[in-house]
Design a protein around this ligand. Structure first.
Ligand code: ZN
Length: 432
């Protein structure tokens, strides 16, 4: 199907580019083929979508998501017997079908919210690879997926028992990386440090789990096989080990000292900001978050250090990308727009820069900016149509009028939102 979106206000996704008024955007099959300004946009064989006065921009890219969860706070995956039961059920044939269905529904919600590319960074039993293949084949509708399969870490590392596989031996770690490659993943995810829920001490949320030797083993094998490496990293020490070990993206991040800044620059690594779970977990009452006092305290440490790290990175021209860490408590699959809003509010960037980051910058970090991330002839038709101008107010992204991925149009998509979570998240925006 070919479409022309007529008389739109165009936001290209490029940096420092104003809104271009009264544009016509032509889509042929799965590609954007032409941008024209002014009169006579009608062409035979193109279906017209009258978008006069509305805003057309690239679909959002979520650089950090786990595809299995809804963001509803739950104790099921917080360790213990219940977690073991759920994970062992997911490994069965029936459990696999249930898991596949969940992932498919979650990614539909992501798409309907305006997200046209998702990087999955840790899911169970290659369910993410299966869904990616179905979407590529066209038998399921969803965002473009780049997925890691299970994360790789050491015993007791972040995700051990759920979305990660483990080995303490560097040779074993190499084997786990090779095993993921064999399952045709798109990237390798490792967990150099622990997370908020793993911490045993106040102030130590990102305890170092992987040694430099173990980290190097994972990165060397991944790079040898042609993969980029993303690392869960939540402490200053962890950032140094991850970068020295050779990771391409530091996920979450922490305070960055001079050494960290230099390592980022030397290795051309990027920092991926994920404020979506950190902010509510640190700010909402424990009755809502179901966290104990230790976790609340450590969530605050993570949040404050992540914000500082992002500011330092931006000040030193280190690439900063955005992701939601969807599946974490309060991080739904459909609230990427909030990550932009948090980024603007906490890192102090402009709305324009937040939009650029969530589109073209994120595509550059993924290495797919030739394919998607901006509105330009030759790129994949991954776009959204909005009623209002997101440069004026990012809340314009809260719901989209239309979303198109690879030329497939969904008009007036309806997202099934969890109203309770929405109300809590909205309360965090008050007074800011
Ligand atoms: Zn994560």
């Amino acid at each position: 199907m070919n479409y022309v979106f007529t008389h739109v206000n165009l936001i290209t996704g490029e940096e420092d580019r104003d809104v271009i008024e009264d544009m016509h955007v032509y889509v042929k099959d799965d590609k954007i083929v032409a941008l024209e300004q002014g009169n006579s946009p009608v062409r035979d064989s193109y279906q017209t979508v009258d978008a006069r006065g509305r805003y057309l921009m690239p679909g959002l890219i979520n650089l950090h998501a786990h595809l299995f969860g809804t963001g509803k706070p739950s104790k099921t995956l917080g360790g213990g017997r219940q977690q073991k039961m759920v994970v062992s059920f997911a490994s069965t044939r029936l459990g696999g079908h249930v898991l596949d269905k969940m992932l498919k529904e979650n990614m539909e919600q992501a798409l309907y919210s305006g997200v046209t590319t998702v990087r999955g960074v840790g899911d169970l039993f290659y369910s993410d690879v299966r869904l990616r293949d179905r979407i590529e084949k066209g038998t399921a509708l969803g965002p473009r997926l780049l997925v890691s399969g299970p994360a790789v870490t050491v015993p007791g590392g972040h995700g051990d028992g759920t979305f990660a596989v483990t080995s303490a031996d560097p040779a074993g770690i190499r084997q786990l990386v090779a095993q993921n490659a064999k399952h045709r993943v798109d990237l390798i995810k490792i967990c150099v440090t622990g997370g908020v829920m793993d911490a045993k001490k106040k102030g130590e949320p990102g305890e170092l789990k992987m040694s430099l030797e173990q980290t190097k083993a994972a990165c060397e094998e991944a790079h040898r096989l042609g993969y980029k490496v993303a690392s869960h990293t939540e402490s200053p020490e962890g950032v140094i080990v991850a970068l020295k070990g050779g990771v391409d993206t530091v996920e979450h991040g922490s305070l960055l000292d001079q050494e960290a800044v230099e390592l980022f620059q030397e290795r051309k690594s990027a920092l991926i900001c994920t404020l979506s779970p950190a902010l509510p977990l640190a700010s909402l009452p424990p009755s809502k978050t179901k966290l104990n006092e230790l976790c609340v305290y450590n969530s605050r440490v993570i949040l404050d250090n992540m914000v500082e790290g992002v500011k330092t990175a931006l000040a030193h021209d280190i690439p900063v990308g955005l992701g939601t860490d969807a599946s974490c408590p309060f991080a739904t699959q459909y609230n990427m727009w909030r990550e932009l809003w948090y980024f603007k509010t906490y890192a102090g960037v402009s709305n324009e820069f937040a939009v650029h980051t969530a589109t073209l910058k994120n595509a550059q970090i993924l290495g797919i900016d030739e394919i998607t991330g901006s509105i330009a002839p030759g790129k994949s038709a991954d776009l959204i149509v909005l009623k209002e101008n997101p440069y004026k107010d990012l809340r314009a992204l809260r719901s989209v009028d239309a979303v198109m991925v690879r030329g497939r149009l969904t008009d007036c998509p309806k997202v099934k939102k969890n109203e309770e979570i929405e109300a809590e998240l909205d309360s965090l925006m008050k007074g800011l």
